[in-house]
Write a protein that binds this ligand. Structure first.
Ligand SMILES: [Zn+2]
Length: 311
């Protein structure tokens, strides 16, 4: 089963579950030059990386029962359930948020990943969140894709096939683009692929993709999966994509193979490397699926690690 088919199956399951709780549409605001840091809205979180302004943009939520072996990516459901219980999460569900990241890199308006586009049982809040941050879709200059799963590329085009960010270059690693093209037809994603093809520019692993953002290859999840490191002066933030999904399971049990990874063993190595580097450097990390807004650090605790969100 290809990644597209796997995610498509997951999306159907999640949609059938009605996993996403309904929430009111965020209030729309007119585009404004007001810095995002001055804005207040429940679905956005503005913060700085040195001189750079960044905004976490809520797109939606996914949830699935940890004990369901068809839905959970971790086969040892008893162990995962025990971890959730020990962490005070009584509902037995794995909760994953989706929050693409907006980065104002000089004149560039950069969006990292595009959410699920309202698929996979999610609310599809991204555009409302983007506008709440004072940005219209046409102002986005660069879309950086971590990988070609539906909850990251689903927001690239609308249901009518029109590009959501018509003026943006869509950047992803060359390996990921090849992977996307190979799996698109089977996944029913040919229209999306056709829509973005003229806008796609690929890069090599580790490339500098904008003046302040460098691609960071994070092996295991998909063939060209890429994180992004944003640097300003002495400050930095690492967007980890789907190298980790759960701020509990992926962080506290990184050695558990994730069934959503296309290559399990490198996925484990990547997680362990991120945790060691993150804790050693007190690296600021952005988890696109961690609890909103997804900004925090890894810390060593006992023989392992924990996620410590920024307050
Ligand atoms: Zn994902």
């Amino acid at each position: 089963m290809t990644f597209y088919a796997r995610i498509a199956a997951a999306s159907l399951i999640l949609a059938a579950m009605g996993a996403a709780a309904c929430s009111p549409e965020p209030e729309k605001r007119e585009a404004t030059s007001t810095p995002p840091a001055a804005l207040s809205h429940p679905d956005i979180h503005a913060f700085r990386i040195g001189q750079i302004q960044a905004v976490a943009l809520k797109d939606g939520e996914m949830a699935f029962p940890a004990t369901n072996r068809e839905m959970s990516p971790w086969s040892d459901t008893a162990e995962v359930s025990a971890l959730l219980t020990a962490s005070g999460q009584a509902d037995g569900q794995i909760h994953l948020s989706i929050q693409p990241l907006l980065v104002r890199d000089g004149e560039r308006v950069v969006l990292i990943d595009t959410g699920a586009g309202g698929q996979m049982g999610t609310e599809g809040k991204l555009l409302a969140s983007l506008r709440a941050a004072g940005v219209e879709p046409g102002q986005v200059t660069d879309v950086l894709i971590s990988h070609a799963h539906g909850d990251h590329v689903g927001g690239l085009a609308g249901k009518d096939g029109a590009l959501t960010f018509p003026n943006a270059v869509v950047r992803m690693s060359a390996a990921e683009w090849e992977f996307a093209k190979a799996g698109a037809a089977e996944a029913g994603a040919a229209p999306l692929l056709a829509a973005i093809t003229p806008r796609v520019q690929t890069f090599a692993p580790g490339a500098q993709v904008t003046p302040s953002i460098k691609a960071v290859p994070l092996a295991g999840h998909t063939p060209g999966h890429s994180g992004y490191e944003i640097v300003s002066g002495t400050e930095r933030l690492l967007y980890i994509g789907d190298a980790m999904h759960s701020s509990l399971v992926s962080v506290q049990r990184p050695e558990l193979v994730n069934g959503w990874d296309s290559d399990g063993a490198p996925g484990v190595t990547t997680r362990q490397g991120l945790l060691n580097r993150g804790a050693s450097e007190s690296l600021r990390v952005y988890g696109v699926h961690f609890p909103f807004p997804g900004v925090g650090r890894f810390q060593r605790r006992d023989d392992g690690f924990v996620w410590v969100p920024e307050s």
